[in-house]
Design a protein around this ligand. Sequence first.
Ligand SMILES: C[S@@+](CC[C@H](N)C(=O)[O-])C[C@H]1O[C@@H](n2cnc3c(N)ncnc32)[C@H](O)[C@@H]1O
Length: 249
Amino acid sequence: MWNYLQGGKDHYQVDRDAGDAMAEANPDMFYLARQVRQFFARTVRWVAAEAGVRQFLDLGCGLPAPVDAPNTCEIAQSVHPAARIVYVDNDKVVLAHARALLTPATDLVKCAYIDSDVREIDAILAEAGRTLDLTEPVGVLMLGILGALEYDQALAVLERVTAAVPSGSYLVVEDGVDTGRVSQAGITRRHQSGVDRYELRTLDQMHGYFEGWELVEPGLVTITAWRPGAVDVGTIRPVDPHGGVARKP
Ligand SMILES: C[S@@+](CC[C@H](N)C(=O)[O-])C[C@H]1O[C@@H](n2cnc3c(N)ncnc32)[C@H](O)[C@@H]1O
């Protein structure tokens, strides 16, 4: 469904129906899904290039990006050719793509994939430690995944991640914030359609994600306001998802 919303080609009728139901609940849906990908690309590049981080843990990585957009390894390895990335997701379609892409015959050997529920975070961190050096700074990416967990579960996962990575690590989070613009009837219809639940958070709840971390400028903002690049045509406007990048002191 997310691949459909982001303009990709890897989706089935059931995904398109669920995506259209979301777009009914929030007319901004297609625009904001693409903006999430832009935010992702800007933040990963910033963490690699400006903060000098050479290894990433991408929790809830999703399917490979649409053809015109780079993935975590492409962005990180364009800055640091030896950058290492561990992808994690619990969706079997994502697993199938990972098996096809992450083969020893490709340049992606410095990347690994873990098929797991993020709530199994201790096992994930142990497995990730076979590819990443967890005594060196890590860029932890959690884009569009924490809303799939109960808030307390999300905090518990973040607490474990925070404890596991060293000072100088970075946390990138993006999640949907309830700004009152999305119709509750639309959300209910979406949940009734059988897709996984996804809870919108309050801004205060999102600030709670960054306990133990220091947000870098411009802080926790609508994703389109996070260090936007120049646009050739049109204007960028605020959307409901908020995100931020933070450093572990
Ligand atoms: C909205 S997509 C975001 C994908 C990508 N991070 C992005 O921003 O474009 C959320 C992803 O999180 C995964 N996901 C949801 N709940 C999860 C869980 N409990 N454990 C692992 N992955 C999960 C889904 O399978 C999906 O691929």
